[in-house]
Design a binder for this molecule. Sequence first.
Ligand SMILES: Cc1ncc(COP(=O)(O)O)c(C=O)c1O
Length: 360
Amino acid sequence: MTIVRPEIARLSAYHVPDATGLIKLDAMENPYGWPDDLRDAWLETLRHVSLNRYPDPQGRELQQALREGMAIPPEAAILLGNGSDELIQMLALTVTAPEPGHPTTVLSVDPGFVMYRMIGLFAGLDYVGVPLKSDDFGLDLDAILAAIDAHRPALTFIAYPNNPTGNLFGTAAIEAVIEAAPGLVIVDEAYAPFTDESFLPKLGRWSNLLVMRTVSKMGLAGLRLGYLAGPPEIVEQIDKTRLPYNINVLTQASATFALRHRAVLDEQTAAICRERERLFAALTALDGLTPYPSQANFILARTNPGQAGRVYDALRDHGILIKKLDGAHPLLADCLRITVGTPEENDALLAALGDIVNPG
Ligand SMILES: Cc1ncc(COP(=O)(O)O)c(C=O)c1O
């Protein structure tokens, strides 16, 4: 069909496997629900939401709750997105090449979060992915600085911690990237609930630094809410690409409520961090699997050569869904990504893996 842009026609649609009846360890969700009293209090809040009215366009009450709950510096402006995916889209729609003679380019590291490239492509931007170091998935600073020099990116995305590798890049290296980049640098802290490190306190130190976060991984993935914090003069421009009323009334009310009851979510994320360490030790003890250290709520693990597909399929047969990354990038050969679940889910995973990779 000639009406479709060729780069779109070449794509396959984003595929989400059906997880019905399976232990779901594929999508970095928080596996815990809420205690009954909290659920009741939340439902009571929703009684007062006016579904017949458009939402507050800026989500001011929610912004305030985020500012207080997440310690966003007062001098930073906030922009809300329908998931951080939508914020990436707004960023892509806002920018142009910072220097003449270059295409408008998105730069990130590979393997990294695929939506930087995908959304860049949707918006008609070029994408440059700088390979991570093959031994520890660290940032190859020389390579990234050379790529910045050659491509003069409008947007540079650094996920901190990185998905799908789970590691934090060195702070000094990220700061060197911020200093070298001619455009905006977005430190994507989607996995902030699982690490103590953050660039939020550094906002304002560089005029091109923005920090992006989401409530998805802390336990509110169903609400679809991301937030971007940065210099007001930049945020104001990005805000112009936002579709009116992008954060619906139920999300605004529910997220504001959840942030006022943060302690429950904080306990859950702390439990996930404890389980991550237990899971990491147990995976290390398996002969046929090498896990990589993680500061996020998932663990990347490498199987013996050629075994990733077999392990993935066998886990599915045991009723457990994880993510197969083998084939997604050369550095991810034989790799699987396992989201940390509840203790019971992790036990089920470990028991199944014991049968699959260390049979007998
Ligand atoms: C690094 C990173 N950024 C952003 C997102 C998207 O988050 P959201 O659910 O807010 O769209 C993800 C989701 O997996 C991610 O891994």
